[in-house]
Ligand binder design. Structure first.
Ligand code: CUA
Length: 342
């Protein structure tokens, strides 16, 4: 019974890697891109081999228990076998050591083959993104040889399905780690260095990524959404991101914009097309098009946005955004403006 209790969850994990269900979120056992598939295969192989070795060790242990000399209060144990050299045991140990070495070599070979497979991703027509880790949010710059076509966004990547993505990783402060398990493994973002990661989403969907290196108080609240969509949809999204923020149409939105520019907001955030060009916090030019705020922590709706603006310190203690004291009517105007940033 105990053995079953150990094995069934392990075998269940192995089986889970084989079946793919809908609605991916953040799951290293469900590959939605070729790179994650290679890593998943390596994981399955490693798990299978380790289950075999573990089973063999447990079987040998049980066999030894069963064969061990017995005794009770009346009869002392028969330890004569300890005196006799047992050539059979030496042979068995030699075989086991040989098999264990082969197993380790097989793991090494599988690792090397996986690394080579990961490096063979064709990179023609790739989307180039520079991703910068900040405490505790992600800045994404979509690079383009034509500087006019570059744009910056935050905390949500859009990528085209079936096209490779080259992400150049940097950090602004401490070590962060990018990990979008449905698409690829982890890669560190180290201050002063750049690293790259190449992957491709092979199915449309929303994949959640997470900072995977402890980076301070709000490390757990540093999520990244990756929206993989058909190429035409991606291109349309990218084209919208290249546009400056639309001019506010209503009086409330206009008052909100003036408030944004005169209040502390503009000291940290950029809204293209206005005088706000600071880069301390996320670029808000197209904030209203994002699903979440505060790096994946809260849904992007008026209620959460209002709470966030008034008192981010209660929601995400330690975050660098200050508390903003403003009258309720001012906050309404500001929300009316932020809603126009599509
Ligand atoms: Cu950034 Cu953990």
């Amino acid at each position: 019974m105990r053995l079953r209790a150990v094995f069934i969850p392990i075998l269940g994990m192995a089986a889970a890697t084989e079946t793919c269900s809908a609605a991916p979120l953040q799951d290293a056992l469900h590959a939605y891109g070729i790179q994650a598939w290679h890593i998943g295969r390596l994981w399955n192989f490693t798990l299978g081999l380790c289950v075999l070795v573990f089973s063999a060790v447990v079987a040998a242990f049980l066999f030894a228990l069963w064969r061990a000399p017995r005794s009770d209060a009346q009869t002392p144990p028969d330890l004569s076998s300890l005196e006799r050299p047992e050539r059979r045991i030496h042979r068995t140990v030699a075989w086991a050591a040989g098999l264990a070495t082969l197993g380790l070599l097989a793991l090494l070979a599988a690792d090397v083959f996986t690394s080579r497979a990961l490096g063979r991703l064709p990179l023609q027509d790739a989307v180039n993104i520079e991703l910068i880790g900040h405490q505790w949010w992600w800045e994404a710059r979509y690079l383009d040889p034509d500087a006019n076509r570059q744009f910056t966004t935050a905390n949500e990547l859009h990528i085209p399905v079936g096209r490779p993505v080259i992400v150049t990783l940097r950090s602004d402060d401490v070590i962060h780690t990018l990990w979008v398990p449905n698409l690829h493994g982890k890669r560190d973002m180290i201050p002063g260095r750049t690293a790259t990661m190449q992957f491709r989403a092979d199915q449309p969907g929303t994949y959640r990524g997470q900072c995977a290196e402890f980076c301070g108080l709000e490390h757990a609240m540093m999520a990244l959404l990756v929206e993989a969509e058909p190429n035409a949809q991606y291109e349309a999204w990218a084209e919208r991101q290249r546009q400056p923020a639309p001019l506010p149409a209503s009086d409330a939105a206009r008052r909100g914009r003036d408030l944004f520019l005169s209040h502390s907001c503009a000291r940290c955030h950029t809204v293209n097309g206005t005088g706000a060009t600071a880069a301390m916090g996320p670029d808000l030019t197209h904030l209203a098009g994002r699903k979440t705020i505060a790096a994946g922590m809260l849904p992007n709706d008026a209620g959460h946005l209002a709470s966030w603006i008034r008192d981010p310190q209660t929601l995400k203690p330690g975050v660098y955004m200050p508390v903003n004291r403003m009258r309720p009517d001012e906050l309404q105007d500001l929300l009316a403006y932020l809603e126009t940033l599509k």
